[in-house]
Each structure stands twice: as C-alpha cells, then as structure tokens.
Ligand binder design. Structure first.
Ligand SMILES: Nc1ncnc2c1ncn2[C@@H]1O[C@H](COP(=O)(O)OP(=O)(O)OP(=O)(O)O)[C@@H](O)[C@H]1O
Ligand SMILES: [Mg+2]
Length: 409
C-alpha cells in the first residue's frame, strides 16, 4: 500500500468542507474528528500491513537460513561419511555432536549424540581430545591402534566473530608412511652392516701387509686376492644400492620401446653361457618371439640376475629358459635343477638383503639385492615375478608381463 494513501481521505474531506460550507460548527467539528479517525485508521492499517510484511519476510529468511544450514550440515555429513579418516566434532560444552562412519571402525566404539568427551572409553583418544578442548591452537598426535598408526589432529572451531565453538578431530591412517620410515631405517642399518664386513676385511689385509714385511710372495698374492674380492663385492653392493634407490624414486621412468623378448633373452643367455659352461651347466633357451612394449635393458638386467642365480645355485644339471602366452600375458620361465629353496624362504628371498645361506652367498659375493631389484623392475612393467621351488630339486622363476602394457602417463 502506498504510504501517502492516508492523505487521500484527509484531502477529500478538506475539499468538501471548503466547497460546501458546513451548516453548523458542530457538524464541522464532527467532520474534522471523522477526518482524523479515518486518517488514523488508514495510517494504522498501513503500518500494520508493513509490520506483517516485515515479519513474514524475516520468517522466510530464518526458514531459508535454517534450510541452508540443514543442507550444509547434510553436505558435511555426506562428505565426512565418505572419507576413510575418522571424524569427530564436539561443541564448546565438551559434548560430542558428530562422529562419521569410519570413526567407530577405527576406534572400536560408538558415541551417543551429546555424550561428553570426558566419557570417551578409548583412554588415549580421550586424553588427546580433553587436552585439545578449549585450546585455541591446533593439536597433533600419533596413536597406535592394533597394528595401525593414526595421525590424530584436533582443529579448534570459531564463529565469524571469533568465539570458540568446539573442535573437529581427524584420525588419518599413516601406517604406510610409518612402515616406509621403518623400512628406510632398516635399509640404512642393513647397508651399513653389509659395508662393514668388506671394509673390515680390507682394513685387516692392509694392516697385515703393513706390519709383516717378511710375507712370502704367495702370502702377499693371497692377501691381494682377498682385497680385490672384497673391493669388487663392495663395488657391486654400492651399484645395487644405487640402482635400487633409482628404482625407488617417484620420478623413475622406464625407457620403453617395442622389443622382441626372444632377442633380449638370447642376449642375456649368450652373455652367461661361458660362466655356465665353466660349471658344466648348459643354458637351454627355447623362447619364442613376443613383441612387447618393454624397457629392454631392464628386462635383460632381470634375466641376467635370474640366470646368474640359477648358475650360482646349481651344482649340476641344466638351466631352461622358455616363454609362453597365457591370457593376454607372456610368461618368461627360468628353471634350474639346483639346490632349491625351502618353503619358508620362498617369500623372504624377495626381501632386501635376504639370503638363504649367508655363508654360501658370501663366497659367491651375493648381497641379497638381486631379486628385490628384479621384482621392482617387473612390477614397474605391471607384471609379476614368482618363484616355485622344491628343496634339492630346483627352482622355477616366472616373469609375467602384460601384452598390452603401454607405460605410465
Ligand atoms: N635359483 C636359485 N636357487 C636357489 N636359491 C636361490 C635361487 N635364486 C635365489 N636364491 C636364493 O635367494 C637369495 C636371494 O637372491 P638374490 O638374487 O636376491 O641375492 P644373491 O644372489 O644372494 O645376491 P645378489 O645381490 O648378488 O644377487 C639368494 O641368496 C639365494 O639364497
Ligand atoms: Mg642374485
């Protein structure tokens, strides 16, 4: 309604009173009173209407805010319920207001809505939350739950005006990071240990040569031979360590090309034929032609490793190499009639520095990094490296490569 509307009756009556002179002062007075009452009423109706309009608008606004809060809450719940990390939120009174689906799976207990943080049954978790409650800074902890490790962070939550309204807890599984760190530490310890042995031998030989001037030329030659062997061993070990760390790098890329596996196998076999024959072993290669997208140098490196192992761990008999296609994959099989591997050791031989017989490997200069390197290379081709073996009968290493591998993007 137009706000000037209440001037209309006033103007009309003023006009009437002017053009038609009232018959009496009394009538004139009544007319005036009437005029004021009507004006007042119109004025009142107008403002009441406005007030009603404002109230309705405010109600609508509140409803909209409520609706958007419900939607925002729902969106948050949907989001939080779909993440693997555990989520818990509490308010400024220390009451739990929300936990997501993953939370009970991680901590093994269900929280009631509005239960208190001090009543949390998981002691370590309770300590973290109670410590974080009321704090205006971020709290960061690590929790061990069973065999898993979780990073538990609590973020304080503030309103727009900066008032503390509680906190949001996030528990993220960091076991793989911790495991990697443990593996790295163990690897450094293993490397140091592996390097210590040849260095000690070289140091001892050096002292012997220095302190004993009267050594015979045969004795000197023997010492030189030991030193040379240990230096070669150290050199190979360092080469393998460097190669593994290269393969471990996130930015490592295979040099891919279309190559025939038959050619790669034949190159590796001819490179080791002599050392096999020295042990009276024949490498029988019956591989077929399979053109695949591979890193030829790396596949050859794997074959050389497997063939060297087969020669080293075979005292008599032969080595067989063959290929076959199985369900969109090519298998390369390296089989020997050697000493074989115990069932308990079959998985372990792919672990870094693992050797079944440390004394035998020391004699042959093996460091236990050959198979882990092979495994890494094959898995980088999206393939697998498996072993089947019978103690005293021989071993069969099977490389499986996908026929349609096109490399990483
Ligand atoms: N063909 C095989 N027959 C029997 N045992 C094997 C064979 N291949 C590997 N092994 C066992 O697995 C262990 C690990 O092999 P791997 O090639 O990783 O190390 P390595 O040969 O000892 O040293 P290197 O780092 O020089 O290769 C060996 O020490 C050996 O005990
Ligand atoms: Mg080896």
């Amino acid at each position: 309604m137009n706000k000037h509307i209440f001037f209309i009756p006033f103007t009309i009556l003023l006009f009437i009173s002017l053009i038609s002179r009232p018959t009496s002062d009394m009538l004139y007075f009544v007319l005036l009173i009437f005029l004021f009452i009507v004006t007042y009423l119109i004025y009142k109706i107008y403002f009441l209407e406005r007030q009603l309009e404002t109230e309705q608008k405010a109600k609508l606004d509140i409803k909209q805010i409520k609706d958007s809060t419900v939607i925002a809450k729902q969106n948050f719940f949907n989001l939080a319920n779909n993440i693997k990390s555990g989520v818990l939120s509490f308010n400024e009174f220390g009451h739990i207001i929300y936990t997501n689906k993953s939370f009970p799976k991680i901590f093994g207990f269900v929280t009631e809505e509005n239960s208190r943080i001090v009543d949390i049954s998981h002691n370590e978790l309770k300590k973290i939350i109670v410590h974080a409650y009321g704090r205006e800074s971020y709290v960061d902890n690590t929790l061990e739950i069973g065999s898993e490790h979780y990073r538990v962070t609590v973020n304080p939550i503030f309103t727009k005006s900066g008032e503390y309204t509680g906190g949001l807890l996030l528990a993220t599984n960091v076991s793989s990071i911790i495991k990697t760190k443990v593996i790295q530490k163990a690897f450094i310890a293993d490397v140091s240990h592996e390097l210590k042995t040849p260095i000690s031998s070289i140091k001892l030989a050096n002292e012997l040569l220095y302190k004993n001037e009267n050594l015979s030329s045969e004795e000197r030659e023997e010492i030189f031979e030991i030193v040379t062997k240990e230096i070669t061993r150290t050199e190979n070990l360092v080469k393998d360590i460097l190669d593994l760390s290269k393969l471990d790098r996130l930015d490592f890329k295979l040099v891919l090309d279309n190559a025939d596996l038959k050619d790669i196998i034949s190159e590796a076999v001819s490179q080791l034929n002599v050392s096999a024959l020295e042990k009276n072993i024949v490498i029988k290669d019956s591989s077929q032609s399979h053109v695949l997208r591979v890193d030829s140098a790396r596949i050859k490196q794997v074959l050389l490793n497997l063939l060297k192992n087969a020669i080293t761990y075979t005292d008599e008999g032969n080595i067989y190499v063959f290929t076959r296609e199985v369900k969109r994959h090519v298998e390369i099989v390296v089989e020997d009639t050697g000493i074989g591997i115990k069932k308990e050791d079959l998985d372990l031989i792919f672990e870094r520095f693992y050797r079944v017989d440390k004394n035998r490997s020391r004699k042959t200069g093996g460091s236990g990094l050959g198979l882990p390197i092979c495994s890494e290379i094959i898995s980088k081709h999206n393939g697998t490296l498996l072993v089947k073996s019978k103690l005293g009968k021989g071993s069969r290493f099977i490389i499986t490569l996908p026929l349609d591998y096109i490399g990483e993007y």
